[in-house]
Write a protein that binds this ligand. Structure first.
Ligand code: TYD
Ligand code: MG
Length: 452
């Protein structure tokens, strides 16, 4: 019997070793190296030997390459198009990652059902009946979408050759396996091989492929990091499973900006595009409550109005508690320290709870001022006017710092009917004749004057 060929791979970065060792030299992770069986056949082509499809690449002068021949394929889903930079590029490979149950299969099935092209949806996770049941909830009448349940790439390519689809969707890359590699599905060598075969297929036939990828505990796409290098676009579908909002972002995009963001709402009948997220995220209450403040933030390129809620109360136990949902707790502690030192508020013996409504997480520093305002409002038990919003960063010495794209934020606030926006005095604003009042503040004490 021929000797079985095995290699060792680091599961976190994909580096290959000839023998086992405890720590990966490349990424320094411990206990990530596993043995995998590999057995390469001489020829690993996605085409069957009898296939007539062929297209040999020839070098072209850069100015002779015709871009107009490759229009983007419109997915008829505004949010998805926006994140991709205007639609799917023919021959591209897109990887969609996200936590289990977040709605990756739902999103791509929904897009396949909308697409005005012949689409092949290959699933290694669910049966045709299960997919049909899901499709019934979303959009049952579609004549262009074909479902295949298969995990072996060679069989998938056989079906592709027969069907000649315009777009191929694979759910998920971790379930695929290729005959050319011996190790089990989901292993690093299988993921690498199957992706390489799909890339070859996509580039040679100009058929775009959309792949679903699972993510690991710490939020990275499972499999080697090179998987992300191999594909053209990496999208991440995120959100809190207990909330209805889902955010689609591009982490890498060879054909567009990674600043764009798509927002969906999970409904009983699939995902709905949210074209005006600010209206949904800000609750429309009649009464004014203390501890609520609204921040004009930017997620990527999109302005988003976000509601911040704070609760400040006297600590019952010796050790005051600080907790934050959707906001960095360290940053909260820093803002509390600034309030204590620069504005003289005694918050050291108080519990402080902070919550960003809608289940989203905000990294934009422009939310600082709204956080401070909500804490002050709760501490003093004075409600802020509900048509006031904030957009500025707070520095360690209590100074109110400028934020980027402040005009875009002001215009969004104006559009939504806010009467006043607080921004830093140091922001350069050339807007004239706005209906919204732009209140300039330079130190935290100025803000205290308005609230208390
Ligand atoms: P799914 O798309 O299978 O997630 P993933 O592929 O990322 O693991 O499942 C998403 C969840 O969405 C599932 O728990 C049920 C829910 N859902 C709805 O709320 N409405 C719907 O129309 C569908 C199809 C699913
Ligand atoms: Mg799924």
């Amino acid at each position: 019997m021929a000797k079985v060929k095995t290699t060792f791979f680091c599961q976190s970065c994909g580096t290959q070793y000839a023998k086992w060792q405890g720590q990966c030299n490349a990424c320094k992770a411990w206990n990530t190296i596993v043995e995998e069986v590999i057995q390469k056949a001489e020829k690993n082509d996605w085409k069957s030997p009898t296939s007539t499809v062929k297209q040999a690449a020839v070098p072209l002068r850069i100015k002779d390459i015709d871009l107009s021949q490759e229009p983007r394929m419109d997915t008829l889903d505004g949010e998805f198009n926006r994140v991709l930079g205007g639609g799917i590029v023919p021959g591209s490979l897109t990887l969609l990652g996200g936590e289990p149950g977040i709605g990756k299969s739902t999103l791509l099935l929904q897009i396949s059902l909308k697409l005005p092209y012949k689409t092949l949806y290959v699933s290694g996770e669910e049966s045709q009946k299960q997919i049909k049941m899901r499709a019934e909830r979303i959009n049952p009448d579609n004549n262009n979408c074909y479902i295949l349940t298969e995990t072996k790439t060679q069989n998938i390519f056989k079906q592709i050759e027969a069907l000649e689809p315009d777009i191929v969707i694979v759910d998920s890359i971790q379930t695929l396996h290729s005959d050319y590699i011996e190790s089990s599905s989901g292993s690093i060598s299988q993921i690498k091989e199957c992706t390489a075969e799909l890339i070859k297929f996509a580039k040679e036939t100009a058929t775009p492929v959309l792949l679903i990828g699972h993510i690991t505990k710490d939020g990275h796409i499972a499999g080697p990091k090179i998987l992300e290098h191999m594909v053209d676009t990496v999208l991440q579908f995120e959100g809190d499973r207990n909330h209805v909002f889902r955010i689609l972002r591009a982490h890498k995009n060879r054909f567009g900006s990674t600043n764009e963001l798509g927002i969906y709402e999970m409904r009983g009948s699939g995902l709905r595009e949210v074209t005006n997220p600010s209206e949904l995220l800000v609750s429309k209450k009649d009464e004014e409550l203390s501890g609520n403040a609204i921040a004009a933030t930017l997620e990527g390129m999109r302005p988003l109005m976000i509601e911040v809620q704070a609760l400040v109360s006297t600590a019952v136990y010796g050790m005051p508690q600080r907790s934050a949902t959707g906001f960095n707790v360290k940053r909260l502690n820093m803002l509390l320290a600034v309030l204590e030192k620069r504005a003289g508020f005694r918050l050291g013996a108080k519990d402080v709870f902070l919550n960003i409504t809608g289940g989203i997480t905000v990294d934009d520093p422009a939310i600082d001022l709204a956080v401070v305002a909500s804490i002050l409002s709760s501490n003093e038990d004075v409600a802020l006017q509900k048509d006031v919003c904030f957009a500025a960063e707070v520095g360690l010495s209590g100074e109110i710092r400028p934020v980027q794209r402040v005009e875009q934020r002001i215009l969004e606030a104006e559009k939504l009917g806010f009467s006043t926006i607080f921004v830093s005095k140091y922001n350069k604003i050339s807007l004239k004749n706005t209906a919204i009042k732009i209140q300039l503040v330079s130190k935290i004490e100025d803000l205290v004057g308005f609230i208390v």
